[in-house]
Write a protein that binds this ligand. Structure first.
Ligand code: GTP
Ligand code: MG
Length: 473
């Protein structure tokens, strides 16, 4: 796929618009936050959104494109020189090569700017009479490791509440398989154990090993995030702590470090990046959690509720007013919907809404428009109806990630009543009562690279319309 290169550079725009005698140039900027827990699909979403905004053949639900008002789109130098550039070209090449593969898990923050030149419409009246001249929208998007988002709720906690909650979580039955060595260490500590760096280090190591294993088993409410993705903080004191009982001696040292973690790691990240965001998309891999069972759903719901409570306006100290004031639109998107047949898409959307209901209802988003939908950033499957024993099954067919061979899978049927899923999660049931779901992972499709068309997707244009459509009028 070629990045559009033959269009007039935007630096010519003023001369151009003056020459054409059209109305004055209107230039604006929109900062889009793409968040989601780890592996939710952020990097693929950003890559496909950019590729599909550059080559817009599949973006007809974006009204400016449907009305043929987008004149040009190109990647431009980003506004923040200190942040690495999002590796769009590398990610797109990985997805669209002859042996397509998914991008690696993100290890650091990055940013990208895409600028769109479009014909503005008047606020009132018919389209043709009311065109008022070109506008430019600079869309800035930030990508970062999903693990870091899990730190946001820590800002609402102090040492006593966090350590008690983290120890209780480690004792949950579904975590016993991972947390054993850490809990054995924590439980063996004498009361008021003295400050000892080597003991602190051992505790932090066991705690991190438990978090990594729990995350590996599909649990999402696993934090602090830098224990999973330390980046250049590996081995630093701000990462050398673990939840233990008490407040003096070793616990006092741990408490200081917990506070240091919040101060030097969490706060700057959210202050520098989150608080500047105008619109936000929260990607949720609900299918993966459904696949892993009711407890994973419960875990996902808890993680979402904790994170969303931080978006609430006016309640949570310094962060909430900053975030709540700015965010104008909030989209929740269940990703990878190409894993299931389209007859099931509405059900997945209903499940997402049910999972979010409590937190969205509780949260006053200060007038922000909130929407939920199911999408696939990069459609890796086609649909196929297979007849088996006289019964027809709605299957999806895609490439096996191991062999690359085409396989058809019947992913199961999601319940018509999303309450069933939420209730099973709430009751912490070990497995689903009625159905088993089988969502296979697929390799990315081999793309044909049709000129003028970005990668295939499902409803990415609808998501784009909600997120930026009104800023292209
Ligand atoms: N079938 C399908 N799979 C997808 C899609 N988007 C993401 N995936 C799968 O989900 C995985 C994770 O996607 P990423 O975009 O890397 O997720 P992320 O949120 O950036 O993950 P981290 O960087 O680890 O936080 C990919 O490797 C794919 O296996 C999609 O639209 N369709
Ligand atoms: Mg990523």
């Amino acid at each position: 796929m070629n990045v559009i290169s033959d269009l007039a550079d935007f630096t010519l725009r003023q001369a151009e618009s003056a020459q054409r005698g059209v109305g004055s140039l209107f230039e604006s900027r929109l900062r889009l936050g793409v968040t989601g827990l780890n592996r939710a699909g952020k990097t693929v979403f950003i890559t496909s959104l950019l590729a599909n905004l550059l080559e817009r053949g599949r973006m007809t639900l974006l009204s400016a494109e449907g009305e043929r008002r987008i004149e040009a789109a190109m990647l431009r130098p980003q506004p923040d020189p200190e942040i690495p550039r999002f590796e769009f070209e590398e990610h797109l090449a990985a997805l669209s090569g002859s042996d397509p593969h998914w991008p690696d898990s993100t290890r650091r923050i990055s940013e990208v700017r895409l600028s769109l030149r479009y014909q503005r419409t008047g606020f009132f009246g018919g389209l043709t009479e009311s065109i008022t001249g070109p506008g430019i929208l600079h869309l800035d998007i930030v990508d970062y490791p999903g693990e870091w988002l899990l730190d946001l709720p820590l800002l609402n906690q102090n040492w006593a509440s966090w350590s008690a909650e983290a120890l209780a979580a480690a004792r949950l039955p579904e975590r016993a398989a991972f947390s054993g060595p850490f809990l054995a260490w924590a439980d063996a500590l004498p009361e008021e154990s003295p400050v000892d760096e080597m003991v602190a280090k051992e505790g932090a190591r066991l705690f991190a090993a438990y978090l990594v294993a729990a995350r590996g088993a599909g649990l999402t409410a696993v934090s602090p995030g830098r224990f999973l993705m330390p980046g250049d903080l590996e081995g630093s004191p701000a990462l050398t702590f673990a939840p233990i009982a008490g407040s003096g001696g070793l616990a006092g040292l741990m408490a200081d470090r917990f506070e240091a973690y919040k101060r030097v790691v969490v706060k700057p990240f959210f202050r520098d990046h989150f608080t500047k965001i105008d619109r936000q998309v929260v990607l949720v891999d609900a299918l993966d959690a459904i696949d892993a069972g009711p407890r994973a759903i419960g875990d996902l719901r808890k993680a979402l509720t904790d994170i969303l409570s931080c978006f609430r306006h006016g309640e949570n100290g310094w962060l909430a007013p900053l975030m709540g004031r700015r965010i104008e639109r909030l989209l929740f998107a269940a990703t990878k919907v190409d894993h299931i047949h389209h007859s099931q898409h509405d059900r997945l959307e209903a499940i997402l809404r049910a999972l979010l209901r409590e937190s969205v209802e509780k949260a006053a988003y200060n007038g922000a428009k909130v929407e939920a939908m199911a999408l696939a950033s990069l459609r890796a499957t086609v649909e196929q109806t297979v007849t088996e024993g006289g019964e027809s099954l709605d299957c999806v067919r895609g490439r096996d990630p191991e062999t690359g061979a085409e396989v058809a899978v019947f992913p199961g049927t999601l319940p018509a009543d999303p309450g069933e899923i939420v209730k099973a999660a709430h009751d912490r049931e070990a497995g689903w009562l009625s159905e088993d779901y089988q969502f296979m992972r697929f390799a990315p499709p081999v793309l044909t690279g049709r000129s003028g068309y970005g990668p295939p997707h499902l409803r990415l244009d609808k998501a784009a319309e909600f997120l930026i459509g009104d800023r292209l009028t």
